[in-house]
Design a protein around this ligand. Structure first.
Ligand code: 13P
Length: 258
């Protein structure tokens, strides 16, 4: 399967932004602006808006709604946490896991993220597993080593069949919220590394079906050059996903004949 058969996925990670009303308003304003039929738009609102946003997006097949996190258990005494089953109940179809903000702020480990990926898959949620190196790790030439280790631990004990549908997001920590995106060749190099890692662990066929998406200061002016890379199958957008104008420009990138 080549790049053209992996339909682009553009994800809006709204992080801790937007009210229920403004989230719904966004969906209705965005939908008519999506002009590229092959692109799937994923929106990850706050938990509080998830159910309402999923209902608002129902008439729009191009929009899929999901969550920014979940807990690594099906149910139980976990005050303040949300399970995969509850996310599905609220209308979620995917869940972002292992975001570097959660790794840093909530001290999430690869082992814990691995448990979440497994439960997400059992709950029939598409996991978007985030990996990426810090600035110091890149400077030390350790990007591949770090990302390889994250993939190994976060996908531990998950076969290609069990992991079907999983999306990997390469989000270098130093590029998030800094206005300093990784360059397209840098991103291609890391995505190629992730693809090769997946080929070694899951085999050619399964690995070539995995969407590898990039996140970190994606803006309307760099979306196309990132998407032109052979192993970039989509984008994970933070800040620029908060306004319909900038996000719709990113969603409507045009690969043309390239
Ligand atoms: P920015 O697009 O704001 O850099 O955030 C990226 C991100 O963390 C998406 O998950």
């Amino acid at each position: 399967m080549d790049r053209l058969q992996r339909k682009p996925i553009i994800v809006a990670n709204w992080k801790m932004h937007k009210s229920i009303a403004s989230s719904i308003e966004f969906v209705h304003a965005l939908a008519p602006k999506i002009t590229v039929p092959s692109t799937q738009v994923f929106i990850a609102p706050s938990f509080t808006a998830l159910h309402a946003v999923a209902a608002a997006a129902k008439p729009y097949p191009a929009i899929t709604v999901g969550a920014q996190n979940m807990y690594a258990a099906a149910e139980g005494a976990y005050t303040g946490e949300v399970s995969g089953i509850q996310l599905v109940d609220a209308g979620a179809q995917f869940v972002i896991l292992g975001h570097s903000e959660r790794r840093k702020l909530c001290k999430e480990t690869d082992q814990f993220i691995n448990e979440k990926v497994k439960i997400a898959l059992l709950s029939k949620l598409i996991p978007i597993l985030c990996v990426g190196e810090s600035f110091d790790e890149r400077k030390a030439g350790k990007s591949e080593e770090v990302v390889g280790e994250q993939l190994k631990k976060c996908l531990n004990d998950i076969t290609s069949v069990q992991g079907r549908g999983t999306i990997i997001a390469y989000e270098p920590v130093w590029a998030i919220g800094t206005n300093c995106a990784a360059t397209p060749p840098m991103v291609q190099e890391m995505h190629q590394f992730c693809r090769d890692w997946l080929i070694r662990h899951w085999g050619d066929e399964a690995a070539n079906k995995v969407h590898l998406i990039y996140g970190g200061s994606v803006k309307p002016d760099n979306a196309l050059s990132l998407m032109q890379q052979k192993d970039v199958d989509g984008l994970l957008v933070g800040g620029a996903s908060l306004a319909v104008e900038s996000f719709s420009e990113i969603v409507n990138f045009d690969l043309g004949e390239t």
